[in-house]
Design a binder for this molecule. Structure first.
Ligand code: ADP
Ligand code: MG
Length: 255
């Protein structure tokens, strides 16, 4: 049974997509069979791995969640042998509304995933920047959640809302949901403020914060426009190194 990890934070621009893509790619390069699911209608994970969201129309997470397709029919190969992807499309916004009228509306992702989890060792889900029904579906289907926290001024803002949502899901839908870890992202050691944020987050969340910190690295922001995870775009960059370390930290925590 694969471990299902959601990457979630309702704040946009904190590094969810960058983390989902590069953590999944790193796990795959470390020879873990990995599935990356793009659950954001913005489809940045999809395009970041060189899939054109429009040309996949009809074969995306949307069709899976509304019950038109099975996951196994939509899983696609990537440039990395052990990395597969389920793409997204902007029409996924419609699922938020269509699911409302369905029975077990929070369980669509759980049910769809149950048929493929045994094919993978890790399943990484890139969540949308909201706490709506799609994110609830993702968290309900997951074993754990990674919470990226940008090392900037308002870093802790909004986290209590996210943590409340997680508690609610643990109470009502998924009692076994764990926090895999808080991940500090876009860290710039030259900024005193960034160091202060690292201290604050570690003070607040202690051992729940990953040892690995993701530095601000321009290669990480360039790679998606080349349709590649950073490890294939610049193998010796800090970004590659940071995400490989994160993958190793997760593998050692889970073995
Ligand atoms: P989210 O998915 O939470 O909205 P993204 O991963 O898309 O966040 O990141 C927001 C922006 O910041 C993107 O342009 C991305 O390329 C850039 N970015 C993310 N992490 C880093 C980093 N460690 N160093 C430099 N740029 C980054
Ligand atoms: Mg994103």
């Amino acid at each position: 049974m694969g471990k299902i990890i959601a990457v979630a934070n309702q704040k946009g621009g904190v590094g969810k997509t960058t983390t989902a893509i590069n953590l999944a790619a790193s796990l795959a390069v470390l020879e873990k069979r990995t599935l990356l699911i793009d659950a954001d209608p913005q489809a940045n994970t999809t395009s970041g791995l060189d899939f054109d969201p429009d040309s996949n129309q009809g074969n995306t997470l949307y069709e899976i969640l509304i019950g038109k397709k099975e996951m196994k029919d939509v899983i696609m190969d990537t440039e990395i042998k052990d990395l597969k992807i389920i793409p997204s499309h902007i029409n996924l916004v419609g699922a938020e509304i269509e699911l409302i009228n369905m029975e077990d509306k929070e369980l669509a992702m759980t049910n769809a995933l149950s048929k493929v989890t045994d094919q993978f060792e890790y399943i990484i889900i890139d969540c949308p920047p909201s706490l709506g029904l799609i994110t609830v579906n993702c968290l309900t289907a997951s074993n754990s959640v990674i919470i990226p926290v940008q090392t900037e001024f308002f870093a802790l803002e909004g986290l209590s809302k996210l943590l409340n949502t997680i508690k609610l899901i643990q109470t009502r839908l998924n009692p076994d949901l764990k926090i895999e870890g808080f991940l500090l992202t876009m860290y710039d050691s030259r900024l005193r403020l960034a160091n202060q944020v690292v201290e604050d987050v570690r003070h607040h969340f202690g051992s729940m914060v990953f040892n690995t910190i993701i530095q601000r690295n321009v290669r990480l922001s360039e790679a998606p426009s080349h349709g590649k995870p950073v490890i294939l775009y610049d193998a010796i960059s800090a970004g590659t190194n940071n995400y490989l370390n994160l993958a190793k930290e997760i593998i050692s925590k889970n073995s």
